[in-house]
Design a protein around this ligand. Structure first.
Ligand code: HEM
Length: 407
């Protein structure tokens, strides 16, 4: 879509227009050892709600809700703050919602009830041996090649993709192909994104047809046989759900692992602590999810509504960056301090309310197991000389060029 000039809507008072936006604020752009988390947390020193011009790819503005308490109110109320945006399908020139992310309550609740058991803590425990084996295989492959690697492309990203393949019942031999499509889909040019989206959708359509003919013990079979409102799900609904599961757990998991390895490469004492006492990894991973969250949920107001004293009009977009909520001093003592022993860590890296991350149990296990195996198998690591990782902000924060070395 063509970007249009950023214009202040007439109902937005000029004094509520802020200079920051998630798309091209200098602090959000890729830079070596950038720190977009600290940059965006500075918004906590300003007004609780402000309007940011040019917040989307097509140049639309959005309200940014800074504080945790106000964000919870927005994210909890799916009737007033709709998540129906058809972002993925519009890139294909189509118009359908991702299920359940872009479905609003009360309809949304039916889909969640259907899907929750599939990613419940108990189901995730069953997946753990395979998650661990995938981490081990990738790390041992890296070790066999030498004493350095680019941790995102050689470990974090393929690890996340391989768990998705396992979950959907797709053979591991397709890993490289899927990693390529996923990369194009999430990081490519607009043309590459559209092309990759078409390929992935066609692949998932074929898989769906196969599982209707030949059921197996996997997610795709489950959804082709599941009933909603006393009927089978349509082919279209199955497609929409599997596409979401594909995109939801790739960059998010990879970035979580990437930010953790980056932090540990810079903080060797903490790296050694976790290596020596791996039972601390669970709390440490949770603290790093708080300190380095990646996602900014976006909603659209369905009616005129006030948030923190500001009038938001029906149709306006609202952004709730998890990065400001997770560093809100009203919620966390010493929010800037990364404290591996922090308890009662009620962060919102997985959002809040009805759309709270469906894959959070799996995501947590992926991150923790990934760190356990990495720290257990790779000796003290640091940035390779002459290489600094690139960190970027935006709607999903991330890390690139994380070249690590060890002796
Ligand atoms: C560290 C990794 C992850 C993070 C930080 C994360 C974060 C989030 C966030 C913030 C949302 C809410 C978005 C919104 O309200 O607009 C969300 C929703 C969702 N996530 Fe995750 N996610 C992660 C991993 C995963 C994984 C591994 C899966 C699947 C296996 C997954 C599946 C989903 C689904 C299906 C939704 C939509 C839930 C709904 O609409 O009811 N996520 N995630």
């Amino acid at each position: 879509m063509q970007a249009t000039a950023a214009v202040r809507p007439s109902h937005v008072p000029p004094e509520l227009v802020g200079g920051f936006n998630l798309m091209d604020d200098p602090s959000m752009l890729p830079q070596p050892l950038g720190d977009p988390h600290t940059a965006i947390a500075r918004l906590l020193d300003g007004p609780p709600v402000f309007y940011s011009l040019n917040m989307t790819r097509n140049g639309e503005g959005a309200w940014i809700v800074v504080r945790a308490e106000d964000q919870r109110r927005v994210l909890q109320d799916g009737a007033t703050f709709s998540s129906n945006r058809n972002i993925f399908s519009s890139a294909l020139g189509e118009n359908w919602p991702l299920i359940p992310l872009e479905i609003d309550p009360p309809e949304h609740g039916k889909w969640r009830s259907l899907l929750n058991p599939l990613l419940s803590p108990r189901r995730v425990v069953n997946l753990e041996p395979i998650v661990r084996q995938r981490a081990i295989d990738l790390i041992e492959g890296i070790k066999a090649k030498g004493t350095s690697c680019e941790a995102m492309s050689e470990f974090a990203f393929p690890f996340a993709v391989s768990i998705f393949l396992q979950f959907l019942g797709i053979g591991h031999e397709r890993l490289h192909e899927f990693v390529g499509w996923a990369n194009d889909l999430l990081h490519g040019t607009p043309a590459q994104r559209t092309e990759a989206a078409k390929i992935v959708v066609a692949y998932l359509d074929d898989l769906q047809a196969l599982r209707r003919r030949e059921p197996a013990d996997d997610f795709m079979t489950f959804v082709t046989q599941a009933e909603i409102d006393g009927r089978r799900m349509t082919e279209h609904e199955v497609k929409s759900m599997s596409v979401l599961l594909f995109i939801a757990g790739l960059d998010t998991v990879a970035a979580a692992i990437g930010f953790d390895l980056l932090y540990l490469a810079r903080h060797q004492a903490e790296q050694e602590l976790l290596r020596a006492e791996p039972n601390r990894i669970l709390l440490a991973a949770e603290e790093m999810l708080r300190a380095f969250p990646t996602v900014t949920p976006i909603r659209r107001a369905t009616r005129d509504v006030e948030v923190a004293g500001v009038l938001i009009k029906a149709g306006d977009l609202i952004a709730c960056p998890s990065m400001t909520a997770n560093r809100d001093p009203a919620e966390f003592t010493n929010p800037e301090k990364i404290d591996f022993a922090r308890e009662d860590n009620r962060h919102v890296a997985f959002a809040y309310g009805p759309h709270r991350c469906l894959g959070s149990h799996l995501a947590r296990r992926e991150v923790v197991i990934g760190l356990e195996e990495w720290l257990g198998r790779i000796p003290t690591f640091r940035f390779k000389e002459g290489h600094l990782p690139t960190v970027y902000g935006g709607f999903v924060f991330g890390v690139e060029d994380l070249v690590l070395a060890w002796d």
